[in-house]
Design a protein around this ligand. Structure first.
Ligand SMILES: [Zn+2]
Length: 579
């Protein structure tokens, strides 16, 4: 392998249907991609995309596949992956299959006893046999990427797992398991590699495991930050430590990043133009010694005017390119030099947004500006399961996200998020004004694309403003309750009244945008069950009632509204401030 590796994914979890054609694959090669992941591999299995080995070949002794038709669909799915791999090789792309193992069904997420354990030699043997069958079924498959947590995989805890694992640190169990799998794969595919993603391990566990893998035919696939793929905080301390440890162990590292406007941070949006964020992220991870390239983490859609994807292309063509040249090149494609200022301001807005407040700042397009009317919080954990019980969530992730549980936040923490949301909204508002002032009602493709960009920029503003207003009203309502009947309370109530008006206006502006296309808004059964996707909240009458109550009887308002309540994800998991 010479030159940096750049690995693509066709289709995304929220728009999984993709054209696996020679033309599409050759287009990726033209853009600088060197490899492709053959499946989308996303937890909720969009479009029955493969998630586990059990979805392709029999793994006797493992739980049954949760894919459509279970194991009965294996031949169909294996044929599909084999066809994709053949087409990818014909286009000159290296191929990678992404799977989670040991596969546990949903037992790990649900806190149930795990059906498979890597301390049991039978677990290793069944996956070694399955690797051999996989290699026979998909002759054009080069590399494997395995997750050992998440993606329906899970590992025994040293503290409450099975008897064999009790008291045995995870890295001592995991390193020999991974090494044996990597050896098996390399015997079947000389020159190929097993890539391991240490997702959900603590930094300490991951580093200790990497050290024990020295010399194995293995590589590391790492999120750009130990908390997640985080575009504005790529190449964190963990990534740098892991890459250095891997380099000493002779293992290559690939960093996972977002290369387009369709990504998990803004899902299910597809047009938010923040090209300087895309380029900064690429520069950050590729500057880390030991990083051999990048892999798209979410997916790519065929969109010749996706500004973030075009920025990635410009970087791939010239990694030394400056921000100003990126913006000039993109603006030239749209034949409107003034767009450089729009996209610079939009990138600034995105960068100042408080992505570090909580994991639930993500999936911004799913946040509901018609927020709950109980007290604002910053949601730190999923309410149904209260928390994901993995090493990373109990340790290192606390250094990435300010909130990892749903305890009552301090008002200064609330204010921090409020102020950064407000700054982000103001910066995006300046960007969208620049755009709308000059955007004519033309029918050409760039104009249509720019209108889509403007719509998502306005969506960014209404969401950020909803968070800021919800928080400020909550903090003031608490202060009003503590104040006597005098001037201070009067002043605070007057500010609350103004903010409620602004909040109602913001909600109306959001609703004036119209809903997402139905296929993007629907979500999967699992997404709906876990309230990752909820129906669009459209009742602006609720906040009007709150205003009427305040006008009629302030004491009743303070008793009824913006009070603490138990968390039910009323407005969905990604409505950050709603309980
Ligand atoms: Zn065990």
């Amino acid at each position: 392998m010479t030159g940096p590796q750049r690995i693509a994914i066709l289709g995304t979890p929220s728009a999984p249907e993709a054209e696996w054609t020679s033309a599409a694959l050759l287009g990726l090669v033209d853009r600088g991609f060197t490899g492709i992941q053959l499946n989308i591999a996303w937890s909720y299995r969009p479009a029955d995309e493969v998630l586990n080995l059990e979805d392709l070949v029999p793994v006797p002794g493992a739980p049954p596949s949760r894919a459509a038709e279970g194991g009965a669909g294996n031949d169909r799915r294996a044929e599909l992956i084999a066809t994709r791999a053949r087409l990818a090789h014909a286009a000159g792309l290296r191929t990678l299959l992404h799977i989670g193992l040991p596969y546990q069904g949903r037992a790990g997420f649900d806190g149930d006893p795990l059906p498979q354990c890597i301390s049991d030699p039978a677990t290793l043997h069944r996956y070694q046999r399955a690797f051999e069958e996989l290699s026979a079924r998909i002759p054009d498959l080069d590399d494997l990427l395995i997750y050992t947590y998440d993606q329906d995989a899970w590992l025994c805890s040293e503290f409450d797992g099975c008897d064999a694992c009790r008291g045995v640190p995870l890295h001592e169990r995991l390193a020999p398991f991974l090494r044996a799998l990597a050896d098996t794969w390399q015997r079947r595919r000389p020159g190929a590699r097993l890539w391991w993603e240490p997702w959900e391990l603590s930094a300490g566990q991951a580093l200790a495991t990497i050290q024990r893998l020295a010399g194995a035919p293995l590589g590391l696939m790492l999120h750009s930050n130990i908390g997640e793929v985080i575009s504005v905080d790529a190449a964190d301390t963990f990534l740098r430590n892991a890459a250095r440890t891997a380099q000493a162990a002779g293992l290559p590292v690939i960093a996972e990043v977002f290369l387009s406007s369709s990504n998990e941070e803004v899902e299910p949006w597809r047009h938010l133009p923040v090209p300087l964020v895309t380029v900064a992220q690429l520069r950050a991870v590729e500057a880390v010694p030991g990083v051999a390239g990048v892999k798209e983490y979410f997916g790519l859609r065929p969109d010749p005017l996706d500004v973030n994807a075009l920025a990635a292309d410009a970087y791939f063509a010239d990694p030394a390119i400056t921000d100003e040249h990126v913006l000039q090149q993109l603006a030239q494609i749209f034949d409107r030099p003034w767009l450089a200022d729009v996209w610079r301001a939009a990138s600034d807005a995105y960068t100042v947004y408080p992505w570090d407040a909580s994991w639930f700042t993500r999936q911004l397009g799913r946040s509901q500006p018609v927020h709950a009317l109980t007290a604002a919080t910053i949601r730190g954990a999923q309410t149904a399961a209260s928390a994901w019980d993995t090493p990373a969530w109990r340790s290192t992730r606390h250094s990435v996200f300010m909130r990892v549980d749903n305890t009552e936040p301090h008002p200064w923490l609330l204010e921090d998020v409020q102020l950064r949301c407000q700054l982000a909204a103001d910066s995006m508002a300046s960007a969208v004004r620049l755009l709308e002032d000059r955007l004519l009602d033309e029918a050409d493709a760039p104009s249509a694309h720019l209108r889509s960009q403007a719509a998502e920029m306005r969506g960014f503003i209404t969401r950020a403003r909803a968070h800021a207003l919800h928080i400020r009203i909550t903090v003031l309502a608490a202060l009003a309750r503590q104040s006597g009947a005098g001037r201070v309370r009067h002043r605070i109530l007057a500010e609350i009244r103004e903010l409620l008006d602004a909040d109602a206006t913001n909600q109306s502006e959001e609703l004036a945008q119209g809903p997402l296309p139905e296929d993007e808004a629907r979500g999967s059964a699992l997404q709906r069950a876990e309230r990752w996707v909820v129906d669009r909240r459209t009742d602006v009458g609720l906040i009007q009632q709150a205003i009427a109550t305040l006008d009629r009887d302030p004491t009743a308002f303070l008793e009824q509204y913006f009070t603490a309540a138990s968390g039910v994800a009323e407005a969905g998991q990604f409505s950050l401030t709603s309980r």
